[in-house]
Write a protein that binds this ligand. Structure first.
Ligand SMILES: [Zn+2]
Length: 511
């Protein structure tokens, strides 16, 4: 453990509010929440999320609904906040790009880029996808349509401001070569490297054909992607509170979906360098949740209502599923059947039954009181799992969530095995009190470790488990004290046998 490590700053993309949120939005934010909750166990942490509210697509959606863009945003933003609350996400700040604290700094960025000569006026002629708010070269179109979303593109011809992106190509290539881990996973790194090898055009960073955006003196609005990217620094006091800004920037982890990796790994560092700031340490482009091989999302019409899902399976169970089902970074296919299977096997059977069996034996043999092991604790168990907290923490911060959970499950399995092998019911029948106390204590202590280690993944369920184990107060989130050594649980706690923590769910029946 390195207590003096730099404070930890993690971001999600800010979400483009042209409609209601879906489970994909919850996914990225849950991942950031697990990272932030884990980082908070040993260092100062800041977790930023928010909404991207400008741009033509938002203006169009608002107009179609008969509202002003601002009204439209104000009505939808609470849906995002409700979604994150429903999934127990604890962010430190939620930024909206329509807030004055953001808008004024975006204008300042533009002025600085004008002064430094990084932007110039020119004529933009080319294709534009409104759905993705992306400019496309003719050569990149697929059958004349947007290569990302497959929609029709518009021809745009306007006088725009351009950012000298091409001037940063060599520096970008050098940065990629010197920091081969800065973009992950490797497939995305390679894709970005090939874009850099092909060469970069300057980037149009203003639009004049509509006005829903940060205004530019002399006309037009700032391109929504430039506006949006800047949230990562405007929220933490760039150009306003230098000490605060320097505490958090550069971010350690910026999470993005792979479809927006190019903006975050090519345009974003170039903008930062133009402002004299550093690139983030890591941009991680995760995979997609797919249904029938297609990316889930509103635009492909297969969005699943994330509120209904949380109600059906439990928000913590969904959190667990999303991080356990596939290695982080790759796509994974979603089905309610898979969620139900994962829930029943891992949570209801392995973990839920372990807790239930332990508490009911305590009830039967010890009136629910955690006994004193009197030095009889299983030394092998203690030795084997002493390194587990460090292993779990490192894996989480390396974004290897599945492996982190597998590590915790070794302890779950070991405790289930301890019940089968040490047979508390036989110890009770034969009056071997010392041995019975020791095994019951070890089970409770093991469950205490599990509650702490799984708390970043399943905050609500693990807090409930903590209470059932009769431990006073909230879960101790300082792992260096709470998980220093096996045996931290004080005997005499009054446990409470309650309803199952993870009630089994019925598999969806096939129609
Ligand atoms: Zn598109």
């Amino acid at each position: 453990m390195k207590p003096m490590e730099r404070p930890y700053y993690v971001t999600t993309p800010i979400y483009y509010i042209s409609g209601s949120p879906h489970i994909g939005h919850a996914y990225t934010t849950i991942v950031a929440d697990v990272l932030a909750r884990t980082a908070r166990t040993f260092r100062p942490t800041f977790f930023l999320t928010g909404t991207d509210e400008h741009g033509q697509k938002v203006a169009n959606a608002a107009a179609a609904a008969g509202k002003t863009p601002q009204e439209w945003c104000d009505e939808l933003v609470p849906r995002w906040k409700e979604l994150f609350a429903a999934y127990h996400v604890r962010y430190d700040d939620f930024i909206r790009t329509t807030e004055p604290r953001h808008v004024e700094k975006v204008r300042r960025v533009f002025e600085r880029l004008q002064m430094s000569g990084d932007v110039y006026l020119g004529k933009y002629e080319g294709w534009y996808c409104v759905n993705d708010e992306t400019f496309w070269l003719e050569s990149k179109l697929v059958d004349g349509r947007c290569p990302t979303c497959g929609r029709e593109v518009q021809w745009i011809s306007e006088d725009d401001w351009f950012f000298r992106l091409s001037a940063y190509r060599d520096r970008l290539r050098e940065h990629f070569l010197a920091h081969p881990q800065w973009v992950q996973p490797r497939s995305v790194y390679n894709e970005m490297m090939s874009i850099l090898n092909e060469g970069l055009d300057d980037l149009s960073i203003s639009r004049t054909s509509f006005d829903w955006g940060v205004p530019i003196d002399g006309g037009g609005v700032i391109y929504v992607w430039l506006d949006a990217l800047l949230n990562y620094i405007t929220a933490i006091g760039w150009s306003e509170d230098d000490a605060r800004f320097k505490t958090w920037w550069p971010a350690q982890t910026q999470l993005v979906g792979k479809e927006i990796a190019r903006f975050h790994t090519i345009i974003w560092p170039a903008i930062l360098w133009a402002l004299g700031e550093s690139a983030p340490d890591l941009v991680f482009a995760h995979g997609w949740i797919t249904v029938d091989g297609q990316k889930m999302g509103k635009s492909v019409g297969n969005a699943v209502d994330p509120f209904a899902l949380a109600q059906r399976f439990g928000a913590d169970s969904l959190r667990y599923f999303l991080l356990r089902e596939a290695p982080f970074g790759s796509d994974f296919s979603y089905s309610e059947e898979k969620i139900a299977q994962r829930h029943n096997s891992d949570l209801a059977n392995d973990l839920g039954n372990l807790l239930q069996r332990t508490l009911s034996m305590l009830q039967r043999y010890r009136d629910g009181i955690v006994p004193d092991p009197a030095g009889g604790s299983d030394a092998e168990l203690a030795r084997r799992f002493a390194p587990l907290p460090m292993v779990v923490r490192d894996r989480i911060l390396d974004l290897r969530f599945r492996e982190a959970l597998e590590g915790v499950w070794e302890l779950v399995t070991a405790l289930n095995r301890a019940i089968d092998e040490r047979k508390p019911w036989t110890l009770h029948k034969e009056g071997r009190t010392g041995e019975l106390n020791a095994v019951l204590y070890d089970l409770c202590e093991g469950l205490r470790w599990i509650a702490i280690l799984l708390h970043p993944f399943m905050p609500e369920r693990m807090s409930e488990m903590w209470q059932q184990l009769g431990i006073p107060g909230e879960i101790d989130e300082d792992w260096s004290s709470s998980l220093r050594a096996w045996g931290g649980l004080l005997p005499i706690g009054q446990t409470a046998l309650a309803a199952p923590l993870f009630p089994r769910v019925e598999l969806p029946t096939l129609a």
